[in-house]
Write a protein that binds this ligand. Structure first.
Ligand code: ACO
Length: 349
């Protein structure tokens, strides 16, 4: 069967560095707490007005496309993963298509949060395998800094996240054994509200266990986003961090094992694991469970924080740029996040 390979890869992070010390201006936190619990030293925040999730995606995509030796007009499908789109709708895929002056190709947005990029890669892989498309652009990008509660109330979430984008171009490969070997996607909606941003949304309190603003007749028309919701800080993400942590350290190694088993391989065969950069302690747990050496795992959360859908392609690109990924290497991607959703991929580079 026709396999797909990563023909070009790029990433972009904003220039604006925000250290843990900088965050202390807004909330009661400390460099010591953040580093000890998450490993994060600093993160990047997009320019307030000049940069959006899409513009960062465009920057990363331009590099990936150039490295693939093609032009934006050669791209025949876009898959864009983000939880922080420029608009509630339409999605970032079409905005990127417009910004890069691409042809009137299909543009699909994927909403799978931290596992969004691996899901997006899997979708693109299927289109290459069937022969439907030849050059697919897969993007993961986030502008978290616009949607976080920077008061002490939101400190368990806001210290974690950073902005950035990563992108790859997928193409069919003719080389025997090369390319994406398999992808593995999972979800467990039982815990959907454990890590979620409820508003704006159409739930009308139906699923949400936390009480949010109630509406009466006079508030018809304000149900999607009301003054009460804003006053009540319901427009920010909610997270039960310890519950996410506990599930992540089980499901990430599990999906890696699943991918290895599907290909008759073992953890010892992995040249490099790129775990979603949620928390350094999660990545260390995963490493320990898989019994991987330090040189078999790539982490960069220390300088970029958790960039959600962008974290895997940014780390993958950085590792590749540093010469840590060479032709023939076995690269493993693993991600876990809100939904819960989790996903893994094995790539013979
Ligand atoms: N600074 C200082 N103190 C803090 C901060 C902060 N930024 N945040 C929380 N605290 C306090 C809490 O108030 C609490 O205080 P208390 O004991 O007096 O009540 C204490 O620190 C411990 O809080 P916990 O939430 O139990 O801390 P924990 O060790 O679990 O670390 C963290 C929190 C970092 C969020 C961790 O649980 C985690 O990383 N979870 C996983 C996150 C994740 O992977 N998310 C998925 C990806 S995101 C996505 O998919 C969108």
């Amino acid at each position: 069967m026709q396999r797909s390979k990563i023909a070009g890869i790029g990433y972009y992070v904003p220039k604006n560095v925000f250290t843990n010390e900088d965050l202390k201006k807004y909330m009661d936190t400390s460099d010591e707490w953040i580093q000890e619990r998450t490993g994060i030293k600093e993160r990047r925040y997009a320019d307030r007005t000049g940069e959006t999730t899409t513009t960062m995606g465009v920057e990363a995509a331009a590099i990936a496309i150039e490295r693939a030796g093609i032009t934006p007009q050669d791209i025949d499908f876009i898959v864009f993963a983000t939880l922080s789109p420029d608009y509630y709708f339409p999605g970032c895929g079409v905005l990127l298509q417009r910004a890069m002056k691409m042809k009137e190709i299909g543009a699909l947005d994927v909403r799978n949060q931290c596992s969004g990029f691996v899901y997006a890669l899997s979708v693109a892989d299927q289109f290459i395998k069937t022969g439907m498309y030849k050059n697919i652009l897969v993007v993961g990008a986030e502008k978290h800094s616009f949607g976080l509660d920077f008061s002490t109330r939101g400190r368990n979430i806001s210290v974690i996240f950073g902005d950035g984008a990563g992108a790859v171009v997928l193409q069919p490969t003719q080389k025997d054994g090369q390319g994406i070997l398999s992808t593995h996607l999972h979800s467990d909606g039982e815990s959907a509200e454990i890590l979620a941003m409820y508003n704006p949304g159409t739930h009308a309190n139906h699923w949400v266990t936390d009480p949010v603003a109630k509406f009466d007749e006079a508030e018809m028309g304000q149900m999607f986003m009301s003054h009460a919701m804003i006053d009540d800080a319901q427009n920010f993400p909610n997270m039960d961090g310890p519950s996410v942590f506990k599930k992540a350290i089980v499901k990430m190694p599990e999906v890696v094992h699943e991918a290895l088993t599907a290909n008759g391989l073992t953890a010892a065969d992995i040249n490099i694991l790129i775990p979603h950069q949620a928390n350094l302690r999660i990545a260390q747990f995963v490493q320990q469970k898989l019994q991987l050496r330090d040189d078999q795992v790539y982490n960069n959360i220390q300088k970029f924080g958790n960039t959600t859908a962008a974290s895997v392609p940014i780390a993958l690109c950085e590792a590749w740029e540093q010469g840590k990924i060479k032709e023939g290497d076995l690269v493993c991607l693993a991600a876990f996040g809100s939904g819960f959703t989790w996903a893994g991929a094995l790539i013979r580079w």
